[in-house]
Structure formats: C-alpha cells, structure tokens
Design a protein. Structure first.
Length: 344
C-alpha cells in the first residue's frame, strides 16, 4: 500500500489537530477543519489504511484516531514546517545574550529557564564539556615569596587557576622558564589529551625543590579532573503537569524521579546523534519512563568545537515545529555568545 499525497495530507492534518487538542481525531473533524474537498467517508477509508500501515492508532473504542510514533517520525522528517519565532521571543533571547557575564553556570541556568519559559516544556542544558577545549598557555605567576598562581588559559578563554607553594629562592624568571616548558608540551592539546606522565619526565629540569614539583603535578591533576564535572541544569521540571498525558500521578512522579537522575540525563544528552538539532521520539528512547516522551536536542559550540547540549522534553505530541525553531535559535545564540566572549 502506497503512502500517496492524499494520505500524507490527511495524516498531517490529524497530527496537527492532535498536537493542539490531545483528543482523538475523526474523519468529520478533518473534513470540516481542513477543507480538502473530499468526503468524510473517503477520509475515513484513508484513515483505515493509515491505521493498517501503522501510522494511526485507535484508542479504546473511540471513533477517532491518534498518531503513532511512526507517524511522528514521518512528520518531523518529511512533513513538518519549522515555525519562526515571534518578534518578541527573538528580542527576548537577543537581549539576554547581550548581557555581560563570565559566570558560565549562571549563563547555562538562565538558558534552561528561557527554553522552558518560551516552550512551556521541560528543558535540560548540560554545562560545557571544557575537557574538549584547547590549552593555549600555562603560566606560573608569582604572588608572594612563598606562593605562585598556576593559570591555564584555553582557546575558549576559560581560565583554570590554583595557588601552589614555592620553595624559597624561586625567582620570577625561573617560574617563567617552567611556564614556557609546560606550554611547549601542552599547547594545542585538550584536557583529555593531557598526560601527566609528561610532567614527570620534566622532573630533572625542575631542580629547585621536589616539594615544588609535587605541588605543580597536584595542581595540574586537579585542573584536569575539575573539567570532568557533569552538571545538568533543568528548566520547568513541573511543566509536564500541564499536559493531560501526565495527569496520572504515578506517571508524573516517575517522570520527576527521572529528572533527579542527573547522571542518566547527562549520558542521554551528552552524545547527540549530530551537530545541530536532533529529535528522539517515544519508543526510540532507551529509558522506559521516556517511552511516551520526545526529546529535541541542539548542540552549542565555541567556534567549530561542540561543547555541550541542550534539550526539550515533552509528550510525543509536542509541538515539534515550534520547539525545533526555539532550540535551534537558542543553540546558535549561545554558541555566538560564547564564541564572542571567549575569543576576546
């Protein structure tokens, strides 16, 4: 059986109506609301075919039909027309990213809030995976006779610093020499690529105190492991209660419990299928409590390097065309902001 143009039009009409109403859609509704110039009987026959093909389902004894996960996949891949943001929404996002801040955590938290406020779904934003940025310079800066500041600068402008003790008699010139040695070894590498054993090989050159050497190794190790933090920021976690699919208390509780599993959320979102926007629908989700949800994700970058992911979680009848527009715009806006900020 072929999925001809008329069947596609009817299927799209049913999906559009069900996204808005959350009620099974009948042939008379399609005939009246979507003006296709064909009778209810013809539409009813086409709907029966669509059900046989797996695109529609009949809940209980209702005369209407609802889209299946297969239908939503066809919709987002072939039929969906992405909506444009309203002027006020685009302005709201633009004004937010005009603000001057270097507090990454606050920036990510507010991004999650904006996503949930605009879409009315639950949002998830992962903090940047800074272990993927490139080291540009490692510098030991003298503070007082007994201490130095270890500063690691990256191509993203993110600075990691820690204070280490230095032995008596260490001159600024000596600290600068060690800084140049470290920079020559690690420049152009990511935190993932740092091999702390390389520092061990430099031990013979760092002759003015084993304690200083040990402090330097400890500080570098701490900077590396600090980039392994996996923070997840949520926006609108209770928005799911707005949808009739989650008026069931047990189902809603299971969803909220899932949001508490930050490690699981991080794992799900940290490996997007592709750069840009991706959509996972219903049963395509691996986790059982997300089988009736869809997740739309977008990556954000500094330059051409993907640093993190943001996502929108909602019922499978989510308004995909609007969500894709919002999250795509937000991903690009955050990318542009971070690129400008860290390239200064």
């Amino acid at each position: 059986m072929e999925l001809g143009e008329r069947k596609l039009l009817i299927l799209q009409a049913i999906i559009n109506d069900y996204i808005i109403s959350a009620e099974p859609v009948g042939s008379r509704t399609v005939a009246k609301k979507y003006g296709m110039g064909i009778s209810s009987a013809t539409i009813r026959n086409e709907m029966a075919d669509l059900e046989d093909m797996g695109y529609l389902e009949q809940p209980h004894t209702s005369a209407g039909r609802i889209p299946s996960n297969k239908a939503y996949r066809l919709y987002v891949d072939r039929l969906m027309k992405v909506k444009s943001l309203s002027v006020s929404e685009a302005k709201y996002i633009k004004e937010f990213y005009k603000k001057k801040t270097r507090q990454i955590e606050q920036l990510i938290f507010q991004t999650a809030k904006i996503l949930s406020d605009i879409t009315n779904y639950t949002s998830v934003v992962l903090t940047p995976q800074l272990n993927k940025v490139l080291i540009r310079r490692i510098q030991l800066v003298p503070l007082e006779p007994e201490y130095a500041l270890l500063v690691i600068a990256t191509n993203s402008g993110v600075l990691k610093d820690s204070i280490i003790p230095i032995p008596e008699g260490i001159s600024p010139d000596y600290l600068n020499r060690i800084s140049n040695m470290l920079t020559s070894v690690y420049k152009g590498k990511t935190f993932d690529e740092i091999d702390i054993n390389t520092v061990l090989e430099m031990q013979n050159d760092i002759i003015k105190g084993r304690a200083f050497f040990n402090s330097l190794v400890d500080a570098l190790t701490e900077s590396i492991t600090a980039n392994e933090d996996k923070e997840v920021y949520l926006g609108g976690p209770t928005n799911i209660f707005n949808f009739p699919e989650y008026h069931d208390v047990l189902k809603a509780k299971a969803f909220l419990d899932l949001l508490e599993e930050k490690e699981l959320l991080y794992k799900m979102l940290s490996k997007p299928e592709k750069n840009g926007v991706s959509i996972v629908i219903g049963e395509e989700n691996e986790h059982e409590d997300l089988k009736e949800c869809s997740i739309v994700t977008a990556t954000y970058k500094i330059g051409d390097k993907v640093l993190g992911t943001m996502g929108i979680i909602g019922p499978t009848r989510m308004e995909y065309s609007r969500v894709v527009a919002v999250i795509d715009h937000m991903g690009k806006s955050l990318s542009n902001y971070l690129t400008r900020l860290f390239n200064k």
